[in-house]
Write a protein that binds this ligand. Structure first.
Ligand code: ZN
Length: 283
Protein backbone atom coordinates (compact mmCIF):
# COMPACT_ATOMS: atom_id res chain seq x y z
CA UNK A 1 0.00 0.00 0.00
CA UNK A 2 1.25 3.47 -0.82
CA UNK A 3 1.32 5.99 1.94
CA UNK A 4 1.78 9.77 2.17
CA UNK A 5 1.91 12.26 5.02
CA UNK A 6 0.80 15.86 4.63
CA UNK A 7 1.60 17.63 7.89
CA UNK A 8 -0.40 15.64 10.45
CA UNK A 9 -2.66 13.99 7.86
CA UNK A 10 -2.03 10.38 6.82
CA UNK A 11 -3.14 9.08 3.43
CA UNK A 12 -3.14 5.42 2.37
CA UNK A 13 -4.01 4.07 -1.06
CA UNK A 14 -5.95 0.80 -1.45
CA UNK A 15 -5.97 -0.47 -5.04
CA UNK A 16 -8.84 -2.33 -6.67
CA UNK A 17 -7.43 -2.47 -10.22
CA UNK A 18 -4.22 -1.38 -11.91
CA UNK A 19 -3.50 -2.44 -15.48
CA UNK A 20 -4.07 -1.47 -19.12
CA UNK A 21 -7.70 -2.61 -19.20
CA UNK A 22 -9.09 0.96 -19.22
CA UNK A 23 -8.54 1.42 -22.92
CA UNK A 24 -7.54 4.80 -24.30
CA UNK A 25 -10.17 4.46 -27.03
CA UNK A 26 -12.76 4.41 -24.25
CA UNK A 27 -11.44 6.92 -21.67
CA UNK A 28 -9.26 9.24 -23.79
CA UNK A 29 -9.68 8.47 -27.49
CA UNK A 30 -6.84 10.78 -28.55
CA UNK A 31 -4.32 9.04 -26.28
CA UNK A 32 -3.43 6.44 -28.90
CA UNK A 33 -0.07 4.61 -28.77
CA UNK A 34 1.27 6.76 -31.62
CA UNK A 35 0.32 9.92 -29.72
CA UNK A 36 1.62 8.91 -26.28
CA UNK A 37 4.81 7.00 -27.15
CA UNK A 38 6.68 10.22 -28.06
CA UNK A 39 5.95 11.65 -24.57
CA UNK A 40 9.08 10.17 -23.00
CA UNK A 41 8.32 11.01 -19.36
CA UNK A 42 5.22 8.80 -19.39
CA UNK A 43 7.51 5.73 -19.39
CA UNK A 44 7.70 3.47 -17.48
CA UNK A 45 5.01 4.32 -14.92
CA UNK A 46 2.14 5.65 -16.97
CA UNK A 47 2.27 3.83 -20.32
CA UNK A 48 3.61 0.40 -21.19
CA UNK A 49 6.12 -0.41 -23.93
CA UNK A 50 3.43 -0.66 -26.59
CA UNK A 51 1.95 2.71 -25.66
CA UNK A 52 -1.11 1.44 -23.81
CA UNK A 53 -2.23 3.65 -20.93
CA UNK A 54 -1.81 2.20 -17.46
CA UNK A 55 -4.70 3.19 -15.21
CA UNK A 56 -5.82 2.38 -11.73
CA UNK A 57 -8.92 2.37 -9.54
CA UNK A 58 -8.40 2.92 -5.83
CA UNK A 59 -9.66 4.41 -2.61
CA UNK A 60 -7.70 6.86 -0.51
CA UNK A 61 -7.97 6.47 3.26
CA UNK A 62 -7.39 9.79 4.97
CA UNK A 63 -6.84 10.20 8.69
CA UNK A 64 -7.31 13.82 9.79
CA UNK A 65 -7.27 14.29 13.56
CA UNK A 66 -9.70 11.70 14.90
CA UNK A 67 -11.69 11.57 11.65
CA UNK A 68 -11.39 8.73 9.17
CA UNK A 69 -12.30 9.65 5.62
CA UNK A 70 -12.59 7.32 2.60
CA UNK A 71 -12.25 9.09 -0.74
CA UNK A 72 -13.92 7.27 -3.65
CA UNK A 73 -15.13 3.73 -3.32
CA UNK A 74 -14.05 2.03 -6.56
CA UNK A 75 -16.31 -0.43 -8.42
CA UNK A 76 -17.21 -2.70 -5.51
CA UNK A 77 -18.01 -6.39 -5.19
CA UNK A 78 -20.97 -8.35 -6.61
CA UNK A 79 -22.15 -5.46 -8.80
CA UNK A 80 -23.74 -6.39 -12.12
CA UNK A 81 -21.99 -4.13 -14.63
CA UNK A 82 -22.05 -3.75 -18.40
CA UNK A 83 -18.28 -3.23 -18.46
CA UNK A 84 -16.83 -6.78 -18.34
CA UNK A 85 -13.76 -5.87 -16.28
CA UNK A 86 -16.04 -4.30 -13.63
CA UNK A 87 -18.72 -7.00 -13.58
CA UNK A 88 -19.29 -9.06 -10.41
CA UNK A 89 -15.90 -8.32 -8.85
CA UNK A 90 -14.82 -10.34 -5.82
CA UNK A 91 -12.01 -8.27 -4.33
CA UNK A 92 -10.50 -8.15 -0.84
CA UNK A 93 -11.22 -4.44 -0.34
CA UNK A 94 -12.85 -4.75 3.09
CA UNK A 95 -9.96 -6.83 4.47
CA UNK A 96 -7.46 -4.40 3.00
CA UNK A 97 -9.02 -1.28 4.49
CA UNK A 98 -9.28 -3.03 7.86
CA UNK A 99 -5.58 -3.95 7.64
CA UNK A 100 -4.86 -0.30 6.90
CA UNK A 101 -6.57 0.68 10.15
CA UNK A 102 -9.94 1.60 8.62
CA UNK A 103 -12.39 -1.16 9.58
CA UNK A 104 -15.63 -0.21 7.83
CA UNK A 105 -17.51 0.54 11.07
CA UNK A 106 -14.86 3.10 12.05
CA UNK A 107 -15.19 5.37 9.02
CA UNK A 108 -16.58 8.87 9.70
CA UNK A 109 -16.92 10.23 6.16
CA UNK A 110 -17.20 8.71 2.69
CA UNK A 111 -16.45 11.20 -0.05
CA UNK A 112 -17.32 10.53 -3.69
CA UNK A 113 -15.50 13.01 -5.92
CA UNK A 114 -18.38 12.41 -8.31
CA UNK A 115 -21.20 9.93 -8.75
CA UNK A 116 -19.81 7.68 -11.50
CA UNK A 117 -19.83 3.93 -11.11
CA UNK A 118 -16.08 3.51 -10.57
CA UNK A 119 -16.22 5.93 -7.61
CA UNK A 120 -19.29 4.73 -5.71
CA UNK A 121 -19.13 0.92 -5.71
CA UNK A 122 -18.14 0.17 -2.13
CA UNK A 123 -20.70 2.67 -0.87
CA UNK A 124 -22.80 -0.48 -0.50
CA UNK A 125 -22.34 -4.21 -0.09
CA UNK A 126 -24.61 -7.18 -0.65
CA UNK A 127 -25.98 -8.77 2.54
CA UNK A 128 -28.79 -11.34 2.40
CA UNK A 129 -29.75 -10.24 -1.10
CA UNK A 130 -29.91 -6.54 -0.24
CA UNK A 131 -27.59 -3.60 -0.89
CA UNK A 132 -26.77 -2.02 2.44
CA UNK A 133 -24.39 0.85 3.25
CA UNK A 134 -20.88 -0.55 3.75
CA UNK A 135 -19.96 2.17 6.24
CA UNK A 136 -22.82 2.19 8.75
CA UNK A 137 -21.45 5.01 10.91
CA UNK A 138 -20.28 7.31 8.14
CA UNK A 139 -21.75 10.43 6.68
CA UNK A 140 -21.62 9.99 2.90
CA UNK A 141 -20.78 13.21 1.12
CA UNK A 142 -22.52 13.50 -2.27
CA UNK A 143 -22.55 16.81 -4.06
CA UNK A 144 -26.13 17.93 -4.51
CA UNK A 145 -25.60 18.82 -8.16
CA UNK A 146 -24.37 15.31 -8.92
CA UNK A 147 -27.30 13.64 -7.20
CA UNK A 148 -29.81 15.98 -8.90
CA UNK A 149 -28.31 14.85 -12.19
CA UNK A 150 -27.94 11.12 -11.45
CA UNK A 151 -31.36 10.80 -9.84
CA UNK A 152 -32.98 11.67 -13.17
CA UNK A 153 -30.64 9.67 -15.42
CA UNK A 154 -32.06 6.74 -17.36
CA UNK A 155 -30.57 3.33 -16.64
CA UNK A 156 -28.16 2.50 -19.45
CA UNK A 157 -26.23 -0.58 -20.56
CA UNK A 158 -23.84 0.30 -17.72
CA UNK A 159 -26.44 -0.97 -15.24
CA UNK A 160 -28.47 0.64 -12.47
CA UNK A 161 -25.49 1.75 -10.44
CA UNK A 162 -27.45 4.56 -8.80
CA UNK A 163 -29.95 1.97 -7.61
CA UNK A 164 -27.38 -0.36 -6.07
CA UNK A 165 -24.65 2.07 -4.93
CA UNK A 166 -26.13 5.52 -4.24
CA UNK A 167 -29.88 5.33 -3.62
CA UNK A 168 -29.60 2.79 -0.74
CA UNK A 169 -27.31 5.23 1.11
CA UNK A 170 -29.76 8.09 0.63
CA UNK A 171 -32.69 5.89 1.70
CA UNK A 172 -30.75 4.87 4.83
CA UNK A 173 -30.43 8.56 5.75
CA UNK A 174 -26.63 8.47 5.67
CA UNK A 175 -26.05 10.93 2.81
CA UNK A 176 -25.38 14.63 3.04
CA UNK A 177 -26.17 16.42 -0.20
CA UNK A 178 -23.84 19.37 0.04
CA UNK A 179 -22.79 22.39 -1.98
CA UNK A 180 -19.02 22.92 -2.29
CA UNK A 181 -16.84 24.27 -0.90
CA UNK A 182 -17.41 22.21 2.22
CA UNK A 183 -14.87 21.65 5.00
CA UNK A 184 -14.86 18.19 6.62
CA UNK A 185 -12.16 18.96 9.18
CA UNK A 186 -9.86 21.94 9.60
CA UNK A 187 -7.43 20.09 7.30
CA UNK A 188 -9.66 18.54 4.64
CA UNK A 189 -12.17 20.27 2.38
CA UNK A 190 -14.20 19.50 -0.73
CA UNK A 191 -13.67 22.05 -3.50
CA UNK A 192 -15.63 22.55 -6.68
CA UNK A 193 -13.98 21.36 -9.95
CA UNK A 194 -16.99 20.91 -12.24
CA UNK A 195 -17.23 19.58 -15.79
CA UNK A 196 -16.53 15.85 -15.65
CA UNK A 197 -19.80 15.69 -13.73
CA UNK A 198 -22.10 18.59 -12.83
CA UNK A 199 -21.02 18.69 -9.18
CA UNK A 200 -17.56 17.19 -9.45
CA UNK A 201 -15.22 18.02 -6.56
CA UNK A 202 -11.57 17.62 -5.63
CA UNK A 203 -10.30 17.13 -2.11
CA UNK A 204 -7.91 19.70 -0.68
CA UNK A 205 -5.68 18.67 2.23
CA UNK A 206 -3.66 21.25 4.14
CA UNK A 207 -1.75 20.63 7.33
CA UNK A 208 1.43 21.84 8.98
CA UNK A 209 2.37 24.09 6.08
CA UNK A 210 2.07 21.23 3.55
CA UNK A 211 -0.65 20.66 1.00
CA UNK A 212 -2.06 18.03 -1.33
CA UNK A 213 -5.03 17.80 -3.61
CA UNK A 214 -6.89 14.70 -4.75
CA UNK A 215 -7.94 15.46 -8.30
CA UNK A 216 -10.93 13.26 -8.96
CA UNK A 217 -11.55 12.82 -12.68
CA UNK A 218 -10.82 16.43 -13.70
CA UNK A 219 -7.78 14.70 -15.17
CA UNK A 220 -7.89 10.97 -15.95
CA UNK A 221 -4.29 10.25 -16.78
CA UNK A 222 -0.94 12.09 -16.54
CA UNK A 223 -0.75 12.24 -20.36
CA UNK A 224 -3.31 15.06 -20.12
CA UNK A 225 -0.60 17.23 -18.55
CA UNK A 226 1.22 17.10 -21.88
CA UNK A 227 -2.08 17.27 -23.79
CA UNK A 228 -4.61 19.11 -21.60
CA UNK A 229 -7.10 19.27 -24.46
CA UNK A 230 -7.47 15.49 -24.70
CA UNK A 231 -10.97 15.00 -23.36
CA UNK A 232 -12.93 12.08 -22.01
CA UNK A 233 -16.20 11.07 -23.68
CA UNK A 234 -17.50 10.64 -20.12
CA UNK A 235 -17.22 14.35 -19.37
CA UNK A 236 -20.68 15.74 -18.68
CA UNK A 237 -19.65 19.12 -20.08
CA UNK A 238 -16.42 18.89 -22.07
CA UNK A 239 -15.95 22.65 -22.39
CA UNK A 240 -16.32 23.17 -18.64
CA UNK A 241 -14.12 20.13 -17.91
CA UNK A 242 -11.40 21.58 -20.14
CA UNK A 243 -11.62 24.97 -18.49
CA UNK A 244 -11.41 23.34 -15.05
CA UNK A 245 -8.40 21.22 -16.10
CA UNK A 246 -6.50 24.14 -17.65
CA UNK A 247 -7.11 26.29 -14.58
CA UNK A 248 -6.06 23.47 -12.26
CA UNK A 249 -2.83 22.73 -14.15
CA UNK A 250 -1.82 26.37 -14.33
CA UNK A 251 -2.76 27.04 -10.72
CA UNK A 252 -0.74 24.11 -9.31
CA UNK A 253 2.18 24.29 -11.76
CA UNK A 254 5.62 24.69 -10.17
CA UNK A 255 4.24 24.82 -6.65
CA UNK A 256 4.74 22.33 -3.87
CA UNK A 257 1.20 20.99 -3.63
CA UNK A 258 1.31 17.21 -3.97
CA UNK A 259 -1.10 16.16 -6.71
CA UNK A 260 -2.73 12.81 -6.00
CA UNK A 261 -4.63 11.45 -8.99
CA UNK A 262 -7.75 9.35 -8.87
CA UNK A 263 -6.89 6.99 -11.74
CA UNK A 264 -3.12 7.64 -11.82
CA UNK A 265 -1.17 4.37 -11.60
CA UNK A 266 1.66 3.86 -9.11
CA UNK A 267 3.42 6.10 -8.05
CA UNK A 268 0.09 8.02 -8.20
CA UNK A 269 1.27 11.29 -6.67
CA UNK A 270 3.67 14.00 -7.76
CA UNK A 271 4.06 17.58 -8.83
CA UNK A 272 2.99 19.51 -11.92
CA UNK A 273 5.94 21.20 -13.58
CA UNK A 274 6.01 23.44 -16.61
CA UNK A 275 7.18 21.85 -19.85
CA UNK A 276 7.28 24.41 -22.65
CA UNK A 277 3.72 25.59 -23.21
CA UNK A 278 2.27 22.58 -21.40
CA UNK A 279 3.08 20.52 -18.31
CA UNK A 280 4.74 17.36 -17.08
CA UNK A 281 4.12 15.19 -14.02
CA UNK A 282 7.06 14.70 -11.72
CA UNK A 283 6.42 11.78 -9.35
ZN1 ZN B 1 -13.43 7.56 -12.82
Amino acid sequence: MQHWTIGDVNITRVIEQEDTSMRAEVILPEATPENVLPIEWLKPHFIDESGDLISSIYSLLVQSGDKRIVIDTCVGNDKPRGVPMWNQLQGAFLDEIAQAGFPRESVDYVVCTHLHQDHVGWNTMMVDGEWIPTFPNARYMFSKKDWDWLDGEPITFLGDYAGDSVRPVIEAGLAELYEPDRALTDEVSLVSTPGHSPGHISVSIKSGGESAIVTGDLIHHPCQMAQPRWASPFDFDQAQALETRLEFLEHHCDEDTLIIGTHFPTPTAGFIVRDGVVYRFKP
